[in-house]
Design a protein around this ligand. Structure first.
Ligand code: ADP
Length: 338
């Protein structure tokens, strides 16, 4: 029995009919931070509900499931499965297995947060559209000037909803393929040139120059369209949030088995406390500013997901008042796979 529970991936303890621990596997010792063998359950684990469940199965047989939360060193949530096992081995009457639900619950919470966020983001422009429609049906019905003005505002809101839905769909498409590594090849330098052309209008309006540096081809293993999206999101952000810097430099170079591309701006920079959270969905330093510039809060989350699928990395460096640089590092196509 001891060998058997030793091979299990969850914390397990075997107890006698007085509630004394006869055997505990390594996972249980790690969790309790002690070896509970020879001790009564009540001194091994401070959880009255598990104690009660144990007494119940000792008295009536069967199984019980109860929740158990640990607060130190980190909050963790378990389900304790308590079962009478009288027939197995003399001296062993109860088995307690603790199933760690912490990860599942975190994922569930993230999913719920995400749905709440996405719904809220869609609801705001929708509410404003409904408001305009009402005004057009009522007070502004015959007022041509107002009607023209409202239509422009309605278009802005509808476009915002469209951008958000497009980003949500991108994110879900990338997530669906998350475990499949892209099989194609793409040249990061060509991608940078392509993005500069695509965004030339936006750059001109914001009066910034996009300068591409580095002349060598940077062939990586990857999906052209997805990598274009990565570079485009980074350059677009530099235009949106750092246009005052007037110059955006996109520099590529090869470093060993990897290719690097850095998008550097000379804008206001980002305070350090925000850096680790920038790639979270809907994380924005200022929601107001992001919205006014057509942001959805999903751009960098999309960047991160695409890079994960490419086994690539993102490094963000920034200094307030000096500017920011976003560097991607993608595995290069190796000589043998060419
Ligand atoms: P958004 O759609 O809001 O642009 P992103 O995920 O692309 O969403 O970016 C998240 C936030 O990071 C932005 O709202 C902005 O506050 C900040 N940010 C991104 N790039 C830059 C940059 N180059 N300079 C300053 N702030 C930036």
């Amino acid at each position: 029995m001891t060998a058997l529970i030793g091979a299990l991936p969850d914390p397990v303890m075997l107890l006698d009919d007085h509630g004394v621990v006869k055997s505990a596997n390594g996972k249980a010792r790690d969790l309790l931070n002690m070896d509970p063998e020879g001790q009564h359950l009540s001194s091994a684990i401070r959880a009255p509900q598990i104690l009660e469940a144990m007494q119940a199965v000792l008295a009536h047989g069967g199984t019980r499931r109860v929740d158990y939360e640990q607060h130190v060193p980190l909050p963790r949530h378990f389900e304790a499965y308590v079962a009478a096992v009288a027939a197995f081995e003399p001296g062993v009457s109860v088995l307690i297995l603790l199933k760690d639900l912490t990860r599942e619950q975190q994922t569930e919470r993230m999913r719920a947060d995400f749905v709440a966020h996405a719904s809220h983001e869609l609801r705001t422009p929708l509410a404003s559209l409904l408001g305009f429609i009402e005004t057009l049906q009522g007070a502004a019905r015959k007022d041509e000037v107002s009607r023209e003005r409202f239509l422009v505002l309605m278009q802005t809101q509808a476009e915002r909803m469209k951008r958000l839905i497009d980003d949500l769909l991108s994110l879900s498409r990338i997530e669906m393929n998350a475990h499949e590594r892209p099989t194609g090849t793409a040249d990061l330098r060509q991608i940078a040139l392509h993005v500069r052309d695509t965004l030339s209008g936006l750059a001109k309006d914001a009066d910034v120059e996009i300068r591409i540096e580095g002349a060598e081809p940077l062939i990586v293993q990857g999906d052209w369209d997805e990598l274009v999206q990565v570079v485009q999101n980074l350059v677009e952000n530099a235009i949106k949030y750092a246009a005052g810097g007037k110059l955006i430099e996109v520099t590529g170079k090869r470093i060993g088995e990897e290719c690097e591309l850095t998008v550097r701006d000379h804008g206001p920079g980002i305070a350090e406390e925000h850096l680790p959270r920038l790639t979270e969905r809907f994380y924005r330093i200022s929601a107001q500013e992001s919205r006014s510039r057509g942001g959805t809060g999903l751009g960098l989350a999309i960047v991160k997901h695409i890079l994960n699928r490419h086994r690539a990395k993102l490094r963000i460096q920034s200094e307030l008042g000096v500017g920011s640089s976003f560097t991607i590092r993608v595995p290069a196509v190796s000589a043998e796979s060419k």
